[in-house]
Structures are given as structure tokens and as C-alpha cells.
Design a protein around this ligand. Sequence first.
Ligand code: AMP
Ligand code: ZN
Ligand code: ZN
Length: 404
Amino acid sequence: MKKTKLFLLIFIVSALNFSAQTKPYVLLVSFDGFRWDYLNRGITPNLEKVRSEGASAMSFRPSFPSKTFPNHQSIITGMYPAHHGIYANSFLDQFNNETYRLGDSVSVTNAKWYLGEAFWETAERQGITTASYFWPGSEVKLSYRRPTYFQKYDHKLPYENRIEGVINWLKLPQEKRPHFITVYFHETDDIGHKFGPNSPECNKAIELLDGIAGRLLQQLDEIKMRDSVNVIFVSDHGMTEISKERVINIEKMLEGYNCKFLDESVLMTIEPPKDKVKTIYEILKKNENHYKVYLREEVPQYFHFNDNPLIPTLVVIPDLGWNVLSNKGAGRLKDDYFKGNHGYDNQQMDMHGIFLAAGPSFKNGYKTGTLWNIDVYPLLCKIFDIMPRANIDGKLERIEFILK
Ligand code: AMP
Ligand code: ZN
Ligand code: ZN
């Protein structure tokens, strides 16, 4: 090889290497159902350290409905659920008679349901390698819409293995190493549902996840990447106490009308027969007590829950801690009932989660009020200095002041 060609090659290789070295790293950690005030119980020393070292919010506002899939998608796309399409954990496309359901590996991997652009897609297109150790929507069967590295969701996979997976990705050689990684832990959600947010069991779950935070940071230390990785801890929503005494059987009020009840408990969606919409609406309106009923297009603007044609005609939103049920749901009350739930009005503080971030991009020891989860996507674009998708709901100006 001629000398000039060799120099050129060396130059290109070192330029590529330099750009990989200068690109930031972000590890986005989700603790499902970790309510904002769990941090104030005095049992989270590791997260407290992150709070004192980095930038943190008093609370993190989810989008409505405050459920898992809608909010993981809102965080990663910067869009409200009605806009990114995953407006519930499960829903029906009445036009094609197809169902999207959180537990169904066929529908969750079908890219057609995801109308937003996840950050990993935006990033990969602009030269950033990404990875996900679980995140709703990360397993779609369309390679350009998912991270380079991803894992099929396995609820039972021990938390240690998830941490190990993340650390192994960070140990890959520069040219293969992902710069954006997500990881997910469900403890506070599972236990919060089962025993309620104020139970001793819930405190154990909080301590366990705080330990996970500690181990993640310690292992970043061990591979000498603690100072170069921005670690962001978020949760998708909070949790509130519910009880068998605070339930309303909606179907009982509508007997003989042949309504379809498509979702229930913390948010009920109803499809009445076309010629009965007004009648059903009026019955529910007349009996309004501990819930509100709306035609889809009348759902208050601040929920951003109107403009998706798949959302059924009637929407019933219960007060915090109340449940609106069909006969089937009411029948299940005889069994052991959940003690906690979420999905309610996202303005309710009980539905708020956490946002804590530490690393080279974030201010140190900086505390602010409530941040919104739709603003994380533009924040990530800013950290990586890449172009965000245009039609998002998130706004950089509501969050960028936490950056250095
Ligand atoms: P929920 O509390 O009903 O809003 O949903 C929480 C549940 O979502 C968890 O217990 C998990 O079983 C499930 N889940 C979370 N992430 C994923 C994922 N990436 N794929 C499939 N299921 C998930
Ligand atoms: Zn959740
Ligand atoms: Zn949950």
C-alpha cells in the first residue's frame, strides 16, 4: 500500500475511534411503579446518593392513562399515548378486529401498533448504537425500528442477569459498544399491586430496587465507566391504595343495552350500540358519583386522550382509588383483591414517579419540581446532539435546564 493511502486509512480509523470515544453514554433505568415519595421514606441510600450528586425532580408526571406500556412508550417517543398509539396495556382495533395486548408476544412485536418513533430508532439512524434489556416496544420485528441489541421480555429473569447483560454490553469493544441502553425492573409494581403502596412488603421492594441501583453504579465503577455514563432512573407511574369497598359496577347500570366493555378498573372504555350512544351516556352521566363519563372527543384536553380513532366512544374515569367494573370484573372481587393500582388521572400525585439523573451531562446536586415524561425524548436527543422527530409532544425547554 502506498504511504499516502496508509496515512489516510490510519486517519479515518482514528477519527472514527475518536468520535466513538466522544459520544456520550446514557443508561436509562426503569423501576416500574416506583412512586415519587418512596424516595422520602429514608430507605433508599443509593438513590439518595444519586439525588445529591446529580439532577433530580421532586416528581415525574406520567401521561394519561398512568399504565406501564403507554408510559414506557411516552418516555421513549416523547408523545402522549393517544399519539404514539399504545393508549392502553391492551386494546382492540375495532376496524380490523385485532387486539394489542401486553402479554401477547405476537402483538407486542408487531411494529404497526407503534405510531411514535422510539429514541433508539432516532439514534440508530444518526449513527448511535443502542441496546435494551427490556422496554415495551423494543422487540418489534422490524430491525430498523428496534435497538441493535435487545432481549425478549422474561418477567422471571433474575435482576442480577439484567445488570450483568448491561455491563457486558458496556464491555464490548468500542466499535460494537452501545451508547444508549435501557433496563427494566418490575419489583415495586408487582408488590405495590399485591400489598399496597403503604405496606411493609412495598418497603422491602423499594429497598430491593435501591440495592439494584447501588449494584449498577458499583459495577459501572468496576469497569471504570461510572464517570462517563449518564445514568437516568425513572419510573413509569406511581401507585395508590384501592379497596373492595370503592368499586362501582357500571355494567349493572346498563343492563339490556348490549354494550361492549373493552377495558375496566382504573379506566373504562365502552362501545355502545351505535343508536344507543346518547342514552348510555345520559344514564352514566345521571349516576355520576366517584367517576366521570365522557364521549371520547369530550375527554378534557389535559388528558390528551381524544384524537385516536381506536379509543372507544365512551370513556369512564374513576376518582383516585375507585374502580369501575363490568359484571365480569365485579365477579372477580370475591377472589383476593389487589391492594394497589395505577392508571388514574396523571395530575394526581399518587400517580407520579421518579426522575433522577447523574453523570457528565447533568448538573450536580440540582433539584427541580415536577418533570413530564414526554420531555425525556427531546432531552436524550439534546444529550446526543441529534435531530429529534418533528411531531412530538415533548418540549426540550421544559427540561433542558437540568443539563450542564
Ligand atoms: P401494569 O402494572 O398492568 O401496567 O403492567 C406491568 C406489567 O407489564 C409487568 O408486571 C410486566 O409483566 C409487564 N411488562 C413490563 N415490561 C414488559 C415488556 N417489555 N414486555 C412484556 N411485558 C412487560
Ligand atoms: Zn408500570
Ligand atoms: Zn402495575
